[in-house]
Design a protein around this ligand. Structure first.
Ligand code: ADP
Ligand code: MG
Length: 481
């Protein structure tokens, strides 16, 4: 059977009312007319800012083969040439399609949640498993109330592995999402202060993350990070959620999926590990202890999913740091070169610490300095300033020579750190950009990291434009987004 869904399957799964001549099949599912490919079904989802019903015309123009719309909007939409599937609620219809997709699938399904590292782990799984079959994985960070059903609805009927990122900002969010995904393997990368805003403690976050185990298939496996401070709590919660098979991964000792030797290099890590009853040796093509931890969870999941672990492990050399998550750029200065580590995508205490460790192990030129440009970590609630000030330790440990700070809550860190390393504290990244650019010297390594809202991507953009890379571009990435 070719095509993602037949017209008839769509009608049946969503109990939709067809208007016009439905296509034989649709090639994909889209909720965004800017990326819609000809032949796809357009779902008019209502988001926070936009209502897809305002874009049905654009979807038609872009070549949508059918549009899924709400009954109440039908009249207002006026004349359209494409066939329609009319439902009472479009998002609910997409959920129904998601469930139908899961029901028809023979794939081994893996669900990933955690405070940090969901996307990195999901992409690593995509890369690893692609050596052993067809993999379907969430695009970008499609991990919420629309991202998860969309990813499910897009799952090809004949894929071998499905990898789902599941996120949350509130308690209770994961439960209905994982009930749709019904994973054979559910993992929590870690539990840390991230989106602390709506939680009063990290234990509370652990409870919310552990909801992922409620959706496990009967014979499914819960995978827990033994190095996590809350591994005992998570174990209890997994049992409460009904998980009968609970397993652990660790960079230390004492569990089924563990590293036996780790060599951290400036641009990669070389790992020897026990994965179940197998010893494997592999290279991860990007640096950082955090990626080593993620890789153990990845290989554990590969083994549990029935894949060839050695083949999967071999793929990890192809991992490269993603844009905004550790990607490196060589900056050609007037005199010499500097290295930029782009961590602009997001930040919280755990990922800040991980990135500072990577900065610590980066190789500087003979006169080069380790420079950290750090912006506010958002959504940390009432303990935010304390958590910002607490970065003082990891900064010291990393041997940061120069520190640039941006944002209101970073004022707390500016007060706490050794004034000798502080280059300045700025209100916005735009204010810091010029003096920073002017101060760069040969051999410097600059790591920039902040929550996305601080717009550090614009700083990266400015630096790579001002100091264009003269060396040939880096190899193509294995994964995406
Ligand atoms: N296990 C981990 N521990 C700490 N930091 C991590 C870990 N995995 C990834 N990171 C870092 O955290 C940031 C966010 O990673 P990402 O995979 O996008 O997380 P998420 O999808 O959970 O938001 C990146 O800077 C990444 O390098
Ligand atoms: Mg993500």
């Amino acid at each position: 059977m070719s095509g993602l869904w037949t017209g008839d399957e769509l009608v049946e799964a969503m109990q939709a009312r067809p208007v016009g001549n439905l296509p034989e099949t649709v090639t994909g599912i889209s909720i965004d007319t800017r990326t819609l490919q000809s032949g796809e079904a357009f779902f008019a989802i209502k988001g926070d800012q936009f209502d897809g019903h305002d874009y049905v015309g654009a979807a038609q123009k872009a070549g949508a083969s059918v549009a899924v719309i709400a009954e109440e909007k039908l009249v207002a939409l006026g004349r359209l040439h494409i066939p329609l599937l009319v439902v009472s609620d479009v998002l609910e219809a997409m959920r129904k399609l998601a469930r139908a997709s899961r029901a028809r699938s023979q794939a081994r399904i893996i669900a990933v949640t955690g405070s940090v590292g969901k996307t990195s782990t999901k992409e690593m799984l995509r890369t690893a498993l692609s050596s052993c079959g067809n993999v379907h994985a969430s695009a970008a960070s499609f991990n919420n109330h629309w991202g998860v059903p969309l990813t499910l609805a897009r799952m090809p009927r004949d894929c071998d592995f499905g990898v789902f990122e599941i996120g949350m900002n509130h308690a209770g969010e994961i439960t209905p999402l994982v009930a749709m995904v019904r994973p054979h393997i559910a993992m929590i990368t870690n539990v840390a202060a991230a989106h602390l805003g709506s939680f009063s403690s990290i234990d509370e976050i652990a409870h919310a993350k552990a909801e992922i185990f409620t959706g496990l298939e009967k014979d499914g496996t819960a995978l827990i990070n033994r190095d996590d401070k809350r591994q005992e709590l998570l174990t209890e919660l997994a049992a409460k959620a009904g998980a009968r098979d609970v397993r652990y991964f660790s960079t230390g000792t004492g569990c089924q999926y563990r590293a036996t030797r780790i060599r951290e290099l400036p641009d990669s890590s070389v790992v020897e590990a026990r994965i179940g009853d197998k010893s494997v040796a592999y290279t991860i093509g990007a640096p950082g202890a955090h990626l080593v931890a993620n890789s153990l969870a990845v290989l554990a999941a590969c083994q549990l999913a029935g894949a060839d672990v050695e083949k999967c492990a071999d793929q990890l050399a192809r991992i490269v740091p993603e844009k905004g998550r550790g990607r490196r750029h060589a900056l050609s200065l007037k005199k010499g070169t500097a290295t930029l580590i782009d961590e602009s995508y997001n930040a919280n205490p755990a990922s800040m610490e991980a990135a500072l460790k990577v900065l610590a192990s980066a190789v500087t030129g003979s006169s080069g300095r380790r420079i950290a440009v750090l912006g506010d970590m958002l959504e940390l609630g009432s303990t935010s300033r304390k958590l910002h000030a607490a970065l003082k330790r990891p900064i010291q440990k990393a041997g940061v020579d120069q520190l640039w700070l941006v944002g209101a809550d970073m004022a707390a860190l500016a007060k706490a750190v050794d004034p000798a390393i502080l280059a300045g504290h700025f209100n916005s990244v735009a204010d810091a950009a010029k003096p920073l650019a002017a101060s760069l010297g040969d051999g410097d390594v600059i790591m920039v990291k902040a929550s996305n809202g601080l717009k550090f991507a614009s700083l990266v953009e400015m630096l790579v434009t001002q100091f264009p890379e003269s060396v040939p571009a880096r190899p193509k990435t294995a994964g995406q987004g």
